[in-house]
Design a protein. Structure first.
Length: 342
């Protein structure tokens, strides 16, 4: 009986999504660039796997140039019914034509979104069909539109960011309901032993919590209203038709079938700049495995590490060195870290 009710609600929600998509597609709720071919077929279906670049922008009001605060390559596979999330640490060292080697979070500030997309494609070997970008305010609006998310905060977190808005992070350990403000605090926190590397794992926790929220029965019935509201909080080059095609497929997935991975690497100090050094061949292997549901905990220096478990260093096993943590000789003052950041 419960399964029948679930099917009915999904059907109703899907109809609402398609109506909202029609309105948006015809200019009532925004616009976008129509993508031809690729994974989208002529019958408004998803032919095969589609990968979208999710961009969290460290963009403040009035800024044109800005760093990317988080990069996640999200793949939706209609055959395996799996959503895969690949986190790319912000300090990942990449080659940028005309600029030499830079941190990947500076690519957008130095060039544009299309160059950032190509850089991620070259790094991962995965074709990207488009991007979805949001800033801090947009992120909070998405979470609040859902009515919040449930997260098991793994430890107490406190940090003063220095921002006029969102100026502090203050969370307590335990399972709790997070609104947009609190979810942003959790997703931003990187002031611990593993710096931004552990933060990528927290961002994956948030994404999984969002997926879990989206597929609850109470949320499915609200999708016709929720999706247009959430779309106002993001910027994308995908057309309405493409987005609702993906939504139409993903609504039939199980929220538990969401797999995540942070790109493995090692610390690199180059001329006073702290990087996350990755092996291009290894990255592509990790991506292939992730798309098959296979992940690895060997994220730092080929060692097994639980990125969300508090680390207590010992004489025989010292704290791993990652960009920005206490073992980084450059700290957060390494040149390149503050590029285009106020």
């Amino acid at each position: 009986m419960r399964r029948a009710i679930s099917l009915i609600l999904k059907t109703v929600a899907l109809l609402g999504v398609l109506v909202a998509g029609f309105l948006w597609y015809n200019g009532f709720l925004g616009d976008g660039k129509m993508l031809g071919g690729g994974p989208f077929d002529s019958n408004d279906g998803l032919r095969n796997r589609v990968s979208i670049l999710l961009i969290g922008a460290d963009q403040r009001s009035g800024e044109i140039k800005f760093n990317t605060d988080s990069l996640i390559l999200a793949s939706v596979d209609p055959e395996t019914k799996r959503i895969s999330l690949l986190s790319i640490p912000r300090d990942t060292r990449v080659s940028l034509p005309g600029h030499g080697y830079v941190k990947i979070n500076a690519v957008m500030a130095l060039t544009d979104l299309s160059t950032l997309q190509k850089t991620v494609e070259d790094l991962t070997g995965e074709a990207i069909s488009g991007y979805v970008q949001t800033n801090f305010q947009g992120f909070k609006k998405v979470i609040d539109t859902l009515g919040g998310i449930t997260v098991d905060v793994e430890k107490d977190m406190y940090y003063e960011t220095g921002d006029i808005e969102d100026g502090y992070i203050n969370l307590h350990k335990g399972v709790q309901r997070l609104d947009g403000d609190k979810a942003l605090q959790y997703a931003r926190f990187r002031h611990d032993a593993l710096g931004d590397i552990s933060r990528t794992a927290r961002q994956q926790v948030v994404m999984k919590a969002v997926a879990n929220e989206m597929f609850q029965l109470k949320t499915l019935a609200k999708l016709p209203v929720l999706i247009p509201e959430m779309m106002q909080a993001v910027h994308t080059d995908l057309s309405a038709k493409d987005i609702f095609t993906i939504a139409k497929v993903a609504v039939g997935f199980q929220s538990s079938n969401v797999t995540s991975q942070t790109i493995p690497g090692t610390f690199l100090d180059m001329d006073g700049v702290s990087y996350w050094k990755v092996d291009p061949i290894e990255v592509k292997k990790v991506v292939r495995n992730l798309l098959q549901g296979i992940t690895t905990n060997k994220v730092i220096d080929q060692e097994n590490v639980d990125l969300l478990k508090p680390i207590t260093p010992t004489p025989s096993k010292p704290l791993p060195k990652v960009p920005g943590n206490s073992q980084d000789p450059n700290g957060r003052k390494s040149s390149g870290y503050q590029i285009f950041k106020p």
